[in-house]
Design a protein around this ligand. Structure first.
Ligand code: TYM
Length: 342
C-alpha cells in the first residue's frame, strides 16, 4: 500500500465530488474513490454526491434519487467512514449554488469556452446544450471553495476544471482585494489516474458510454466481471517484459495498468510477472483479481442499500455538518462582494 499524503495542518481541507448519474465504475474507483478512502487518514475530508451537476444533462427523477443513494452506499462500502468524513448530497447544501452564482459573475466566457469537457459533452449540437452544462465548472469551483478546501483528489480528466477553480479564486481575490479563497490543488494519486474503456484504449472508461462492456461497474456480479474482462479488446501479441513494449498498444497497456492498480504494484512489476504470457491467461488472473477486490464492496453496498433509512440518515447528518462549514464562508464571501446582510 502507498502511504497516504497527509495535509494535517488545521487549515488544510480535502473536498471531492462524484456525479450520481449511474453505477460507479472501475475508473471512478481507481482514479478517485479509493484515494478518498486513503486520504481519510489524518485529513479532514468532505465528499459530495453532486446532483446539481447531474441535472446539467437530462435525468429521470426517480433514477436520480435512487442513483444518489446507490452512489452514497458505494462510497460507504468502499471504506469512506461517515463519522470521520462528511458525506452528503450537494442539493441539500444550498450554499454551493449561491456561491456558484457569485462565481458566474467572476469567471469569463473565454475561460469556459476552453473547457474540453463541455465540448465533449455538448457534442456537435452546442446550441442545444443547457446553460447549466456550460457553467458547470463555476459550480464545481463553488463546491470546493464554499469549504475553502485546499486539496481535491480527482482523476486526471478533472485537471482542467481544477485549473479553472484556481483562476476563479485568484480572480475573486484580486477583484475584491482580498486573500480569501485558497488556490486548491488537485491530488491526482496512484497509477490509474485515467482508466480507459475495455473496448477502446483511446477512450476514457465512462458511465455515459452506450456499451456496458466498456466498463466494469462496482455492482457487477463476478461472472459479469469475468465476461467483460474476457471480452476486453487486446492485440495478438503476448505480454512484453517491460513498459516500453506496451507503447502503441493502448488496450494492452490499459489492462496492465488496471491489474497494477488493483494489485498495488507498478506496471513494471506486473510485466515482469507475466512476461511472455498470452492475454488469455493474463485476463484470467485479472478477472480473479478484480472480483476479489470488488466483490466485498458490492456485497457491502447491497447490505447498506437494504436499509435506505441508514444511508439517508448518514446523508442528512453529512448535510448538516457541511452546512455548518459552508454557511459562514458564504456569508463572508457575500460581505466581501458587498451584499447587505439580512
Ligand atoms: P465524475 O462523476 O465524472 O467522476 C468522479 C471521479 O472519478 C474520476 N474518474 C476517473 N478516474 C480515472 N479514470 C476514469 N476513467 C475516470 N472516470 C471518472 C473523476 O476524475 C472524478 O474524480 N466534475 C466531477 C464531479 C465534481 C467534482 C466537484 C469533483 C463536481 N464538483 C468538485 C471534485 C471537486 C465529475 O464529473 O466527476
Amino acid at each position: 500500500m502507498t502511504t497516504p499524503p497527509t495535509f494535517a495542518a488545521p487549515h488544510k481541507r480535502i473536498f471531492s465530488g462524484v456525479q450520481p448519474t449511474g453505477n460507479l465504475h472501475l475508473g471512478n474507483y481507481l482514479g478517485a474513490i479509493r484515494n478518498w478512502v486513503t486520504l481519510q487518514e489524518g485529513n479532514e475530508c468532505i465528499y459530495c454526491m453532486v446532483d446539481l451537476h447531474a441535472i446539467t444533462v437530462q435525468q429521470d427523477p426517480a433514477a436520480l434519487r435512487s442513483n444518489t443513494r446507490e452512489v452514497a452506499a458505494s462510497l460507504l462500502a468502499a471504506g469512506i467512514d461517515p463519522k470521520a468524513s462528511i458525506v452528503f448530497v450537494q442539493s441539500q447544501v444550498p450554499q454551493h449554488a449561491e456561491l456558484g452564482w457569485i462565481f458566474n459573475c467572476v469567471a469569463r466566457i473565454g475561460w469556459l469556452n476552453r473547457m474540453t469537457q463541455f465540448k465533449e459533452k455538448a457534442g456537435k449540437n452546442r446550441e442545444n446544450a443547457t446553460v447549466g452544462l456550460y457553467v458547470y465548472p463555476n459550480l464545481m469551483a463553488a463546491d470546493i471553495l464554499v469549504y475553502r478546501a485546499t486539496h481535491v483528489p480527482v482523476g486526471d480528466d478533472q485537471r482542467q476544471h481544477l485549473e479553472l477553480c484556481r483562476d476563479i479564486a485568484q480572480s475573486f481575490n484580486s477583484q475584491y482585494g482580498v486573500d480569501y479563497f485558497p488556490l486548491a490543488e488537485p491530488v491526482i494519486m496512484g497509477t490509474a489516474t485515467r482508466v480507459m474503456s475495455l473496448r477502446d484504449g483511446s477512450a476514457k472508461m465512462s458511465k455515459s458510454d452506450a456499451s456496458d462492456y466498456t466498463r466494469i461497474n462496482l455492482v457487477d456480479p463476478p461472472d459479469l466481471i469475468a465476461q467483460k474482462v474476457r471480452k476486453a479488446r487486446t492485440d495478438p501479441d503476448p505480454i512484453p517484459g517491460d513498459p516500453a513494449g506496451l507503447e502503441a498498444r493502448l488496450e494492452a497497456k490499459n489492462l496492465v495498468g488496471i491489474y497494477a492498480a488493483l494489485a498495488d504494484k507498478t506496471p513494471a512489476d506486473v510485466l515482469r510477472e507475466f512476461d511472455g504470457a498470452q492475454f488469455s491467461k493474463f485476463k484470467e488472473s485479472l478477472a480473479d483479481l478484480a472480483i476479489a477486490k470488488l466483490s466485498p464492496i458490492t456485497t457491502e453496498m447491497r447490505r447498506l442499500l437494504a436499509d435506505p433509512g441508514y444511508v439517508d440518515g448518514v446523508l442528512k447528518d453529512g448535510a448538516q455538518r457541511a452546512r455548518a462549514i459552508a454557511e459562514p464562508i458564504l456569508k463572508e464571501a457575500q460581505d466581501i462582494v458587498g451584499f447587505l446582510r439580512a
